[in-house]
Write a new protein. Sequence first.
Length: 114
Amino acid sequence: MRDCIFCKIIKGEISGNKAYEDEDVLAVYDIDAKAPVHILILPKKHIKSVMELGSEDAALTAKLFKTAKELATSLELDKKGFRLVVNTGEDGGQSVAHLHMHLLGGRALGWPPG
Ligand code: 5GP
Ligand code: ZN
């Protein structure tokens, strides 16, 4: 997608501070961290949101969770806990229309969100 900021990071057209990469998934540190650890886990395929996930994306979806789990383990967030968030649509607070999972941790997180 030509105007998608996350596709540009995936293609290397703009820089991103990478936490993990393989052929299907890229994880980058959020540019505006909301917690001591704040990583965005992106499918390399341009999918606008959860609402555009199809049955053909089942393995990719599983891989997003697997990546989150492995990053949480390697950063030792698993010991005290962490949060995975997928904002969806306007009321969900989604600001970038390329599916992404937030991995947040490193402090006690409040609930409910605002
Ligand atoms: P959303 O609000 O759509 O759930 O999350 C989008 C996230 O992308 C925000 O947390 C925002 O800080 C982050 N973000 C926006 N532009 C960039 C960028 O150019 N690089 C990185 N690493 N994160 C970005
Ligand atoms: Zn995109």
